[in-house]
Design a protein around this ligand. Structure first.
Ligand SMILES: CC(C)(COP(=O)(O)OP(=O)(O)OC[C@H]1O[C@@H](n2cnc3c(N)ncnc32)[C@H](O)[C@@H]1OP(=O)(O)O)[C@@H](O)C(=O)NCCC(=O)NCCS
Length: 173
């Protein structure tokens, strides 16, 4: 069993990241979303993490700084996703390592919360809770159940709010 390394992406990783998403999602939409976000103003390479196994990229997660608005005030939180692991390496804890690394990074960078649109049962095991329970919603037309959140800083989401995913996400949905 070889150790997984999780580290920020470099320019050399871009093609491999595409391949990870295309193979895991079975289509190009998420790879195109990552490419579009990479071209956008919100993109920060430090918030794009790859999982490496024996020198090969086998997983990727992108974190994007997004505004959470409430009654005219606004704060920045992190949106996690897309995330994927190549099918041949799934169920080995690589996805979990990417999420734990994302939570650690969010703490280090001083973000108060992470939001995720995805399989709620998967994210709940890491401590994410239903967004609606904290009165958090978002601008994407996804099922309400699919939005989960984690407070990195206690009570950071008190009073709820509305997350505005940037344009490339809106185009995907
Ligand atoms: C979801 C994904 C990232 C998980 O990666 P992984 O490395 O297999 O994750 P882990 O090994 O840490 O955890 C595996 C567990 O995740 C759970 N899981 C995987 N896909 C799931 C899903 N769609 N819904 C709920 N749970 C899921 C399984 O219960 C599995 O547990 P098991 O190994 O005991 O069966 C990977 O399966 C993937 O890339 N899927 C396709 C793309 C995708 O759906 N991305 C997430 C979008 S929200």
């Amino acid at each position: 069993m070889h150790a997984i390394t999780v580290r920020p992406e470099t320019a050399e990783d871009i093609r491999a990241i595409d391949v990870v998403h295309i193979s895991a999602f079975g289509g190009e939409a998420e790879a195109q979303l990552v490419s579009a976000l990479r071209e956008s103003a919100t993109y920060n390479r430090e918030l794009s993490l790859v999982a490496e196994l024996n020198g090969r990229i086998v997983g990727h997660v992108l974190l994007t700084r997004v505004p959470l608005r409430k009654h005219g005030s606004e704060k920045q939180v992190l949106a996690l996703g897309p995330m994927s692991v190549v099918p041949s390496q799934s169920h080995r804890g690589i996805g979990s390592e990417l999420i734990n690394a994302s939570i650690k990074l969010a703490k280090e960078k001083g973000y108060g919360a992470i939001v995720v649109l995805g399989h709620p049962e998967y994210y709940k095991r890491f401590g994410f809770v239903q967004a609606r329970d904290l009165q958090v919603s978002c601008n994407l037309p996804a099922p309400e159940d699919a939005l989960t959140v984690m407070e990195i800083v206690d009570a950071n989401l008190a009073g709820g709010g509305h997350v505005e995913y940037p344009e490339p996400f809106v185009a995907l949905y």
